[in-house]
Design a protein around this ligand. Sequence first.
Ligand SMILES: [Zn+2]
Ligand SMILES: [Zn+2]
Length: 340
Amino acid sequence: MSAGHQNDLLQFRPEGIFCPPAGVYLDPHRKVDRALISHAHSDHARVGCNSYLCSVDCEAPLRLRLGPRAHIETIPFGKSLRINGVDFSFFPAGHVIGSAQIRVEYKGEIWVYSGDYKIEDDGISGAFEPVRCHTFITETTFALPVYEWKPQHEIFREINSWWKTNASEGVYSVLTGYSLGKAQRMIKNLDAGIGKIYTHPSITQMNEVFEKAGVKLPEYTGLAVGKNKTVPDPGSLILLPPAADASQWLGGSLPVESAFASGWMSIRGSRRRSSTARGFALSDHADWPGLNEAVKLSGASRVIATHGYKQVFARWLQEQGIEAEASKTDYFSTNETSDQ
Ligand SMILES: [Zn+2]
Ligand SMILES: [Zn+2]
């Protein structure tokens, strides 16, 4: 398997994905001068770069991550920006709010870097838009044939019926999901008629970003800390990020049912994180059919797989007659609890 060519338009360097003629990095892993950011998840948006370029809706969550002093410029989807003769444009990736695929064109050659993406329109993130290119750098977080998501309305029906059962018994439902994207996707689809919804401060903060961007969420109450510590009503649903400890918010003795939403939950053996928690297979990444569809729609004659099961996917594409390779470097997080 080749590890990239010397004159590639996008190259996997220690600092991140580099475009030599433009002198800029895409989702750099280290501090660089100029960073083009696909989306605001922590493994794609690192602090310390001199300047950042992202899509319009990515700015607010990116600002939250990088702080008030970061220099952030935005570009509307579909508009092009020329840097040292290289044209860059951003297209919806359907992953989280403002998430983008980045298209790079230089002397008639077109590359697309997918960032993270999913094909299903979740009603919040903007629908994935296929972009034609010669070379497609695709994420492959869930690139195994066992990963095939149910439509999200089915998953939300399961989540709401789980909550309803708990609520009818006066039991708290603690649902865990990443605070940027997954949490808002869940809140938006919760049946607020079942009971009250409470959110962890990090999720509340992000909810406000989404609401400012025009996403309508059902009523929720932010959990307060310190003296004004919130005591949630029995039967309510509490939404926490993966790192939070439920007992800190509820006390140890209350009746609680726990669950988490992640693509990793769709296959058995991925439950080692908690033996009692229920898993809902809800992911913000493309599943196996989705990855294959994206490759097909890109029309790319060459594919570079990065993130997760890159070798599996590259081999599979080679068998389909496509020039494919796995990236020599992997900058992005892939573990059983992140699913960012
Ligand atoms: Zn990622
Ligand atoms: Zn992500």
